[in-house]
Design a protein around this ligand. Structure first.
Ligand SMILES: *[C@@H]1O[C@H](CO)[C@@H](O)[C@H](O)[C@H]1NC(C)=O
Ligand SMILES: *[C@@H]1O[C@H](CO)[C@@H](O)[C@H](O)[C@H]1NC(C)=O
Ligand SMILES: *[C@@H]1O[C@H](CO)[C@@H](O)[C@H](O)[C@H]1NC(C)=O
Ligand SMILES: *[C@@H]1O[C@H](CO)[C@@H](O)[C@H](O)[C@H]1NC(C)=O
Length: 460
């Protein structure tokens, strides 16, 4: 553009023939040029607080640069499956954890080096990032394109705490407390924030978003920290979904990403059987809100912005219609795909590839597939019910076939060398070295609090 302008200016100069005139014209053209370029640059990189605009009037362009902050016990595994299916069926690349790890080294603060293919530059462009991480925007931005769509999901901290207490029963904070009430009656005796893995017990939503989680209703700086957290989330994320309104959330997500109904339909994954659910008394609920005051306030805020979005973008009536349509499609798919019409306990799952990972005191259910379906349908159905760990593993193998083969070989050689069964996943010693080095660097840069210092990254 500028070159053309400069060529043009040379012609103009020849016509005008006076040096002073031509200098003025050159100067003006230069200014116009700069202004134009600034304008173009602004258009190309939308400011982070604005949604990457996929909506232009009635038409929209499907968004496929996506960052999903996967939070804990919030139905986020179901969303992960949606993103995996969308990406896999369209050959999108995923920012997967290094060395076939199942998470982006949660609970460490995310750094770009946790992503496979980033250092070797074997991946040209990443489309989707969605595995567990402790969020840090500045590092995510080093991996993901500038026009990426950022979203996450929150759940009511009261229901969440009940779920977390069962699932993470083995963390130090919960180990010695028979019931959730016992823990809540005397939190500070049981909870020591310096002890590894205890962050699951306290404001875990805030922790996952990268904030300091050690604050309760009595903390003097609660208000200040609530508004700082909310402000930062609003700046960094385009959409915050609510687990209690999962189907409505999917409708909002579909609209934001310009996807089809087929793209966002799902079966519940990583879901607990009813046997291990406990009813909470109103007193217990109040105690949870005080203990997790930061999460509670964040949740209330984003629950209201969620409904504000519903009202302004779609309207409640239309939302009801869309949700009905989504549920009908889901029922249709369940009839086609699922043998028992719904989820079953893990002991009843015949195909081990479809058996979800079991952890803590919860019973995580899964699905059996119908056998009399054609190959295409079978592939679609299989993707819908593949649990997180198996699916992550498969995508890694597809995206990095050579690395994956090398890792398999290393595992085989290790097995031959020792008679003991392998306790660690392949590549773990190497991960540990990398993580330890990264951690030391991070610590020296930013003085991280002690509870990021622990090295267990294998808890789901
Ligand atoms: C994805 O890649 C495979 C293998 O390279 C190719 O056969 C298929 O057509 C691609 N699909 C899409 C949607 O691009
Ligand atoms: C909390 O844990 C740390 C590290 O294990 C320990 O040094 C400290 O004494 C503990 N604090 C309390 C109050 O028990
Ligand atoms: C979330 O918002 C909805 C709609 O306004 C409201 O009915 C519900 O009570 C809210 N949830 C909480 C926990 O406040
Ligand atoms: C974790 O750290 C402790 C002390 O810092 C160390 O003794 C232990 O070997 C580490 N464990 C793993 C799995 O890295």
């Amino acid at each position: 553009m500028c070159v053309h302008v400069c060529v043009l200016s040379r012609c103009v100069r020849r016509v005008l023939c006076t040096r002073r005139h031509s200098l003025w014209i050159l100067l003006i053209l230069l200014l116009v040029c700069i202004a134009f370029q600034t304008f173009v640059a602004r258009q190309a990189s939308p400011s982070p607080s604005r949604s990457p605009s996929v909506h232009q009037g009635d038409t929209c362009r499907p968004q496929s640069h996506i960052v999903f902050l996967k939070t804990h016990k919030t139905a986020s595994s179901t969303i992960l499956n949606i993103l995996y299916r969308y990406g896999e069926s369209r050959n999108r690349t995923f920012a997967l954890p290094l060395n076939k790890h199942s998470q982006l080294f949660y609970p460490f603060f995310f750094t770009s080096h946790f992503v496979e293919g980033i250092n070797s530059r074997s991946v040209q462009e990443f489309h989707i990032m969605c595995n567990h991480m402790r969020f840090r925007k500045s590092e995510v931005e080093k991996v993901m394109p500038g026009d990426s769509f950022y979203f996450s999901i929150l759940r009511n901290p009261v229901a969440m705490m009940e779920s977390i207490f069962i699932y993470y029963k083995s963390i130090p904070a919960f180990q010695k407390t028979p019931s959730l009430n016992d823990f809540l009656n005397d939190c500070w005796t049981h909870y020591n924030s310096s002890v590894p893995n205890n962050h699951y017990a306290h404001n875990i939503l805030a922790f996952d978003f990268g904030f300091n989680n050690d604050v309760t209703a009595d903390s003097e700086d609660l208000e200040e920290r609530v508004s700082r957290a909310i402000g930062t989330i609003e700046r960094d994320f385009h959409l915050i979904l609510i687990s209690e309104y999962f189907d409505e959330s999917m409708i909002l997500l579909r609209r934001a990403l310009c996807w089809s109904l087929e793209d966002i339909v799902s079966f519940k994954l990583n879901s607990r059987s009813e046997q291990t659910r406990r009813q909470l008394s109103p007193e217990t609920a109040e105690m949870i809100k005080r203990w997790n005051a930061l999460d509670w306030r964040i949740y209330l805020h984003f629950n209201s912005t969620f409904w504000h979005k519903v009202d302004t973008l779609i309207g409640r009536e239309q939302m009801k219609k869309d949700v009905t349509e989504l549920r009908e499609l889901q029922t249709k798919l369940a009839n086609t795909c699922l043998k028992d019409g719904g989820a079953v306990d893990p002991s009843k799952i015949k195909d081990t590839g479809l058996k979800p990972f079991q952890y803590g005191a919860a019973i995580i259910q899964g699905y059996n597939l119908n056998t009399d379906i054609d190959e295409d349908t079978k592939t679609r159905c299989q993707r819908l019910v593949t649990p997180e760990l198996q699916y992550t593993d498969r995508l890694y193998t597809q995206q990095f076939p050579e690395l994956s083969a090398k890792q398999r070989q290393a595992t085989r050689m290790n097995r031959q060398r020792s008679d003991r069964p392998q306790a660690m996943s392949p590549g773990w010693p190497q991960n540990r070295r990398i993580i330890r080095r990264k951690y030391m660097i991070l610590k020296s840069q930013s003085g991280l609090s002690t509870h990021n210092a622990h090295n267990k990254t294998s808890i789901p």
